[in-house]
Write a protein that binds this ligand. Structure first.
Ligand code: HEC
Length: 165
């Protein structure tokens, strides 16, 4: 049955109209979804908070007379492991510019290579911190606090996080 009957032509036309209406609806849907926060935003903020806590724990130990490596060593490993999770925690377009409750700038998705590099630099600096912790030398750890803070945390925050200072 190759010939299209008139009724089926109308059916096709109205199916097309319906599609058009639906894609209009999809646009509204995208706006709606900006209102409810995807789980990844909360997960990444929790992950960063924990990174911040571990980094603080290391710095606090260095201020004591006898830095405790039972605190420093797992904290360094925790930062390293958590930084490696970052690639999964930034689903497309979950930026502050898109209306989400986040400090993640749209630059993250506009410059994916730069962001991936910032993650790698953070992971590498935290691996150096782990190596310093393994030496048991507080001065070595102290040197890596500066390195990780500047080349890991700060370098990424300056480019990809809302500057709220
Ligand atoms: C590759 C980029 C990158 C690296 C590396 C990075 N951060 Fe962040 N950080 C971000 C972004 C982006 C946000 C905002 C996340 C959001 O609001 O969704 C953030 C947020 C934070 C927050 C706030 C979390 C909250 O919502 O309360 C803390 C604390 C933080 N980072 C600490 C650190 C520390 C400490 C380091 C280094 C050990 C670090 N970050 C390394 C990109 C990075």
């Amino acid at each position: 049955m190759a010939r299209m009957s008139v009724p089926s032509f109308f059916a096709a036309a109205s199916a097309f109209a319906l599609l058009a209406a639906c894609s209009g609806g999809a646009e509204n849907g995208a706006e709606d979804s900006a209102a409810d926060t995807p789980a990844e935003i909360e997960q990444r903020q929790e992950n960063f908070k924990a990174i911040g806590d571990s980094f603080k724990a290391i710095r606090e130990q260095l201020e004591t007379d006898a830095p405790d490596f039972a605190v420093i060593t797992p904290a360094a490993a925790d930062i390293n492991e958590r930084l490696q999770r970052l690639p999964d925690l930034f689903p497309d377009g979950t930026s502050v510019e898109a209306g989400y409750d986040t400090e993640a700038l749209a630059t993250i998705w506009e410059d994916p290579e730069g962001f991936a590099e910032a993650i790698e630099n953070g992971v590498a600096a935290s691996a150096d911190m782990m190596a310093a912790a393994a030496t048991g030398d507080p001065e070595a750890v102290g040197g890596q606090v500066g390195n990780l803070g500047l080349n890991g945390c700060k370098a990424c925050h300056e480019k990809y996080r809302v500057d709220d200072e």
